[in-house]
Write a protein that binds this ligand. Structure first.
Ligand SMILES: Cc1cc2nc3c(=O)[nH]c(=O)nc-3n(C[C@H](O)[C@H](O)[C@H](O)COP(=O)(O)O)c2cc1C
Length: 452
């Protein structure tokens, strides 16, 4: 059974809904990255069940047990050690007996039938087995890790409920989606629409039925140039991960399927320069062209089908006896998956985007397009030079007090020798020259201080 994803950051998920535990192994994390377990837990809690009338009554702690790959600084802070990180989650609140009678009676539109055809009795299908929504918990863990790594670079991933059945939230502004506009309690922008959704979902739960919806997700702060042509495009990798979330039926980027009804003059995103940066006036492309980010927010929408497990009587079969029958479910299910799936979608997208970001970083190094890196280094160097020169004023005061000359050849030579050594065989002599000039300029500054 294949349940891995990713090249640069590889995730591998295991376990099943009613197994003693489920978990994830993440390979390729950089060493020395610091994480706050409380922040990760807060993210995981967003997908927790048992919290309201429209989610499953199954309630678990959902607390990760990190087995390897980290060093603990204190009980809630860990630092990656560069090895494989394995986190597992104990399944405590399991009621497998709910599934005993339906072992050979597949729930319509769940994976019971297809997984039986493929794996037979060997596979534990109780509670949906590996096809259960529970398997999104380890994905959310890996997603939280990727989100933290990207947030440190100003990249954020956030989503909201775009619609449930026919009730629609305010959509994102495609050119400038606002994370802060999304409610903390219930992930919608329009509070009133959210209240109507909650009322409708609660009613549906009471009817023993289920309902689907759409989630809109944004990735902001990505530089232009992330994503590979053709098969590892930004759309391809995000979609690959997103379809690993059970109950996903479709995905569209930017203006999505509406593009099929537009003319080029309406659909194209005109380029402009704003504050020296390339932007587009619209964002029907969803921030991606040719599979590569263009620097605008990456925006996509995901369609989630209604939960297949419903309590209304349904036609089905007995797979063993090859007879037709009906099924009236018992068990605990989400009448609407959409609210719990919002963090799952964010997490899946974060894992995909992080993989492409690592490729982007590697590519930039490989092909020498490192101007931005030089600019950022220059900023740091200039800051440090400033600090160094300010210290010169202190030295100048001391020299004046002690009546010492500004130039001190012995000290200068020691500094030059030291930086030459630091620079090493190849660049040492050049760094020495730079420092020769730096010392001359610093002495001029000291003289200025003395004159004052
Ligand atoms: C967070 C989450 C919770 C889910 N909860 C349930 C559930 O309670 N009952 C159910 O039948 N399906 C649930 N699903 C969906 C099924 O796992 C999914 O429909 C099933 O595996 C078949 O896969 P498919 O719909 O992708 O074809 C959930 C999915 C997610 C993402």
């Amino acid at each position: 059974m294949h349940s891995t994803f990713g090249q640069e950051l590889k995730i591998s998920v295991w376990g099943a809904s009613h197994a003693p535990e489920i978990g994830i192994t993440i390979t390729g994390l950089p060493a020395g990255e610091r994480f706050d377990l409380n922040e990760i837990q807060a993210f995981l809690n967003r997908r927790k069940g048992g919290q309201n009338a429209f989610s499953t009554k199954r309630s678990e702690a959902d607390a990760p047990v990190i087995q390897c790959g980290v060093n603990w600084e204190n009980e809630s802070t860990f630092v990656t050690d560069g090895g494989k990180l394995t986190a597992l989650f104990i399944n405590n609140n399991v009621r497998s007996s709910d599934y005993d009678e339906m072992k050979y009676i597949p729930r319509p539109s769940h994976a019971d039938y297809t997984s039986y055809v493929k794996y037979g009795d060997e596979l534990d299908r109780s509670g949906g087995g590996i096809f259960s929504g529970r398997m999104t918990l380890p994905i959310c863990f890996a997603g939280a890790v990727c989100m933290k790594l990207m947030k440190d670079r100003g990249i954020e991933v956030f989503g909201h409920i775009y619609s449930v059945e026919n009730i629609a939230d305010t959509p994102f502004d495609l050119t400038n989606p606002d994370r802060n506009a999304i409610g903390k309690e219930f992930p919608v922008i329009d509070k009133e629409a959210g209240e109507r959704m909650v009322k409708m979902m609660t009613g549906i739960a009471g009817d023993g039925d289920s309902v689907g919806g759409i989630i809109e997700c944004a990735v902001t702060g990505l530089p232009a140039g992330v994503g590979e042509p053709l098969y590892d495009s930004m759309e391809a990798l995000i979609s690959h991960m997103i379809f690993g979330i059970p109950a996903v039926k479709g995905i569209e980027f930017g203006c999505g399927f509406k593009a099929g009804k537009m003319r080029g003059s309406e659909c194209n995103d005109p380029f402009v320069i704003r504050d020296g940066k390339v932007k587009t006036l619209k964002n029907n492309s969803g921030g991606i062209q040719g599979g590569i980010t263009n620097g605008m927010p990456v925006i996509f929408r995901v369609c989630m089908k209604p939960t297949p497990s419903i309590y209304k009587e349904q036609k089905t079969i007995n797979m063993k006896e090859m007879t037709e029958t009906t099924l009236s479910l018992i068990g605990r299910h989400d009448p609407c998956i959409v609210p719990r799936a919002v963090p799952c979608i964010e997490a899946a997208a974060a894992i995909a985007v992080y993989n492409l970001l690592v490729l982007y970083d590697n590519g930039r190094k490989q092909f020498g397009t490192i101007r931005e890196e030089i600019d950022s280094l220059d900023e740091k160097i200039a800051g440090l030079l400033c600090e160094r020169m300010e210290l010169a004023s202190e030295i100048a005061k001391e020299k004046k007090a002690k009546n010492l000359p500004i130039r001190n050849e012995e000290r200068e030579e020691a500094v030059l020798r030291h930086v030459e050594e630091v620079g090493g065989e190849k660049t040492g002599k050049y760094i020495r020259n730079v420092y020769r000039k730096l010392i001359d300029e610093t002495c001029l500054l000291e003289e200025e201080y003395l004159d004052e």
